[in-house]
Design a protein around this ligand. Structure first.
Ligand code: NAD
Ligand code: UDX
Length: 479
């Protein structure tokens, strides 16, 4: 079979950018991205795409209407496609067996059932969503149990490794593409078909083929390893604050060992994003189900350390503001889970804001890309507050960082947006209440110059000149 038409179920952060790059690089293939959500599809067909991702607008502009289409006509897209990506969401289960840990596969199952209902001919179905090991088996069971004459399926696992904020580059210059399939002649043939698609722009030596289960587990493993590095460096940041060592210097010294490497050693307020926590919880759950409690506990610790880091940072803010933030005006710079994205899923800013709101603070929030409605939704969600109206009355969302800082007692920096490094902090200092505090949760600001301006500065993993005023108010942290 020569693949002429590709369909992707799920027009989200993965399906959208992945298929856009595929369409860009494979002009001989028609790529149709479909979604149940009419809103999402109409945004993909508009000038304001539903997600912010550097470089994405240009790619979509070039391909949309040529060989890239966004549609809600799922049935036709499935029927016509030779190859179907399943790129739907796989959130953590919120109820029932495995609640709070297992991946909820209802959307994957829904996608498989849709394919089973309408497919005609031979289809290669590709799991792009991140799923538990052996999920492909469940998909195949659904497809084969509903099989009709003349229809046959091959299931492949092709996990996605892109990171938000750098998705287009990650897709264009992927370190590797991973494809897992059945170890049968038909399985190998299907793997070859998908390899051919990627070979339009990825060198064959960077395309790894494995069996399906290794491929599925490798995705969970990669995310677990990345998150584990962040939790490791964050755990040491607490040691630095207690001893006078500097976590950036430690990270540099450790990272220069070529066996360790320097990436993903940036201490922070904690990791966020839709993947790390969800995928590690999923791994932990799988280990428990496999009766491997020690392995489960090992990976659970990565999550626990991340919770500790977020709480530790929030507690530091409160403690430094004389142990009370009740009715204090506090600026939150950055709400996205990292820079260059408007995504707030599992953003550490939500944890920080919720803690401060619980203590009675009034928040002034600024993020260059996150929609105001998203901030309100995140902070009034039933999982974080029982008093949504009170929260709404305690937050003001600004579209200008200078307005967001005017008259406030403290700035809490939660996202490492580049623009925060070049703000006019002299001007900001003048407009703030005194003493003016800055808590740099990302270690991106020039702390010496902020101290010179007059700010009381605190950051992660480094003890800065201790604010004189806070000193006299007794602190539980070791001085
Ligand atoms: P998302 O929530 O942004 O998008 C998923 C989309 O699927 C939604 O728009 C939803 O409406 C749609 N959908 C659900 N069921 C459908 C169905 N039956 N038919 C058509 N559309 C359907 O999710 P995402 O961030 O793109 O993640 C998708 C998968 O990729 C997840 O498994 C995730 O773990 C994985 N992943 C995400 C990232 C990332 O950076 N976001 C990176 C790698 C892997
Ligand atoms: C992650 C994986 O990197 C990607 O391969 C996978 O496909 C999806 O999950 P993403 O969550 O989009 O990508 O962003 P990532 O760059 O991994 O950052 C995740 C979180 O860790 C962010 O909150 C980020 O700020 C934080 N982080 C990252 C740190 O705190 N320190 C670091 O050194 C790196």
């Amino acid at each position: 079979m020569v693949i002429k038409k590709i369909c992707c179920l799920g027009a989200g952060y993965v399906g959208g950018p992945t298929c856009s790059v595929m369409a860009l690089k494979c002009p001989d293939i028609t790529v149709t991205v479909v979604d149940k959500s009419k809103d999402r599809i109409s945004q993909w067909n508009s000038d304001k795409l539903p997600i912010y991702e550097p470089g994405l607008d240009e790619v979509v502009r070039e391909c949309r209407g040529r060989n890239l289409f966004f549609s809600t006509d799922i049935e036709t897209a499935i029927k016509e496609a030779d190859l179907i990506f399943i790129s739907v969401n796989t959130p953590t289960k919120t109820f029932g067996n495995g609640k709070g840990r297992a991946a909820d596969l209802k959307y994957v199952e829904g996608a498989a059932r849709m394919i089973a209902e309408v497919a005609t001919g031979n289809k290669i179905v590709v799991e792009k969503s991140t799923v538990p090991v052996r999920a492909a088996e469940s998909i195949l069971n659904i497809l084969r149990a509903n099989n009709r004459p003349g229809v046959s399926y091959q299931i492949l696992s092709n996990p996605e490794f892109l990171a938000e904020g750098t998705a287009i580059d990650d897709l264009l210059y992927a370190d590797r593409v991973l494809i897992g399939g059945e170890e049968t002649p038909e399985g190998h043939a299907a793997i070859e078909e998908l390899c051919w698609v990627y070979e339009h722009w990825i060198s064959r030596r960077n395309i790894i083929t494995t069996n399906t289960w290794s491929s599925e587990l490798s995705k969970l493993a990669a995310n677990a390893f990345l998150a584990q590095r962040i939790s490791s460096i964050n755990s040491l940041s607490a040691v630095c604050e207690a001893t006078g060592a500097d976590i950036s210097e430690v990270a540099r010294a450790v990272g220069l060992d070529s066996r360790i490497g320097s990436k993903f050693l940036q201490a922070s307020v904690g990791f966020g994003g839709s993947c790390f926590q969800k995928d590690i919880l999923n791994l932990v759950y799988i280990c428990e189900c496999l009766n491997l409690p020690e392995v489960a506990a090992y990976w659970q610790q990565v999550i626990d350390m991340n919770e500790y880091q977020k709480s530790r940072f929030s507690a530091k803010v409160i403690e430094s503001l004389f142990n009370t933030v009740s009715d204090k005006q506090i600026t939150i710079l950055g709400f996205a889970f990292k820079k260059d994205t408007g995504d707030t899923r599992e953003s550490p800013a939500i944890h920080v804001c919720t803690t401060l709101l619980d203590e009675g603070a009034k928040l002034h929030i600024y993020d260059p890309k996150v929609e105001s409605s998203q901030i309100v939704d995140d902070l009034t969600h039933p999982s974080v507050t029982e008093e949504p109206e009170k929260v709404k009355n305690s937050i003001t969302i600004h579209n200008d960082p200078y307005k967001a800082t005017m008259g406030t007692h403290a700035i809490v920096l939660c996202t490492e947006w580049d623009e925060f490094m070049t703000l006019d902090y002299e001007r900001i200092y003048k407009s703030m209440m005194k003493p003016a505090h800055i808590f740099d949760g990302r270690k991106i600001l020039d702390h010496d110059s902020l101290i010179k301006i007059g700010f009381q500065v605190q950051t992660i993993g480094k003890r800065l000149a201790r604010p004189l005023l806070a000193r006299s108010w007794g602190s539980s942290h070791q001085a």
